[in-house]
Design a protein. Structure first.
Length: 315
């Protein structure tokens, strides 16, 4: 998996590929795990495609809230596609290798999509804040141009953060250690198997993780504090319930996504020492993306109605 070359007086080993150890399973468990992961992946892609089609084909959903939801669904299709297909194949395959370039590519796109989703969820929280706290000015503030600019900012944040992180991680030396105790190329396992000084890469990663997690999280928290105060001033219980119902699905998705990723990426090298790291990773790479579209469909009457209207046979 590696070749030797001389640099000055020192021998170094450059890793050509990594071996993803994944989950240790018996032959019987392999087939069950393969079936469960394949089903989860296909359902996640199908659910998100249905949401995108429903939003595109229903004039009643041409609102900023659903524009962001459509973009979230588009993002999550790519988010799971960069991890799960390789993960599914590796369950049954004896050859669990991934090339160094393939590993860096997978890491780049995964970090891009994770960081983009953090910022996108914050943009969705801001949208709910404007809708509930400034309803009369909502159409003016959240016009199509502003929504498009917010989406562009989300992607720019994701791409920039990922580029900076990867520029430091790709420079690390991995010597002759080629086994990654994970099912995909993540930051924590790569930092831990590096034989060179990874302190700078870890510092950059921690600083960027703090920015890309805490700034959107503070935006979400501040938005919902203002929303709560505004909703509590609504005199009728029906009005309060209606206001809360427009936020409940987004808030549920935020709690699920942030809670499963926060501790992993707040201190990646430390998290890798825990055996539970892979199980936590399954939550945000498989379970949460599978649940998100269901949460939006089950908790949002407008989406449910539009979906029935779109996919019910008409005479």
């Amino acid at each position: 998996s590696s070749f030797l070359y001389r640099m000055g007086e020192r021998n170094e080993t450059k890793v050509m590929y990594f071996i993803l150890l994944g989950f240790p399973t018996t032959a019987e468990q392999q087939l069950l795990l393969f079936s469960a992961l394949l089903l989860a992946y296909l359902l996640t892609v199908l659910e998100n495609l249905l949401i995108i089609l429903t939003i595109r084909n229903n004039h009643s959903l041409q609102k900023p809230m659903y524009f962001f939801l459509g973009n979230l669904s588009f993002l999550e299709i790519w988010y799971v596609s960069v991890i799960e297909p390789k993960m599914i194949v590796d369950v049954l395959s004896h050859d669990k290798r991934i090339s160094f370039q393939g590993c860096m590519t997978q890491l780049y796109f995964f970090v891009t999509f994770v960081c983009t989703e953090y910022v996108l969820l914050a943009a969705m929280a801001y949208d709910r804040f404007v809708a509930i706290c400034k309803p009369l000015r909502y159409p003016l503030i959240m016009n199509h141009r502003v929504c498009a600019q917010l989406i562009a900012v989300c992607w720019m944040c994701g791409l920039t953060t990922s580029s900076i992180k990867l520029s430091f991680i790709a420079r690390l030396s991995f010597c002759d250690v080629d086994k990654i105790n994970h099912y995909f190329c993540d930051i924590s396992p790569l930092l831990n198997i590096s034989c060179s000084d990874s302190s700078l890469a870890e510092l950059v990663d921690f600083t960027l993780a703090l920015l890309v997690i805490m700034v959107p999280l503070c935006t979400v928290v501040a938005s919902y504090i203002f929303i709560l105060f505004t909703v509590l001033k609504i005199p009728s219980s029906q009005g309060r319930q209606k206001a809360f119902s427009t936020c409940s699905s987004h808030l549920t998705v935020v709690v699920l996504f942030y809670s499963t990723t926060l501790f992993t990426y707040a201190h990646p090298k430390l998290m890798y020492t825990y055996r539970a790291n892979k199980l936590v990773s399954v939550l945000y790479t498989v379970v949460v993306p599978l649940l998100n579209p269901l949460i939006y469909c089950l908790r949002n009457k407008e989406v449910r109605f539009a979906m029935r209207k779109t996919f019910t046979c008409r005479r």
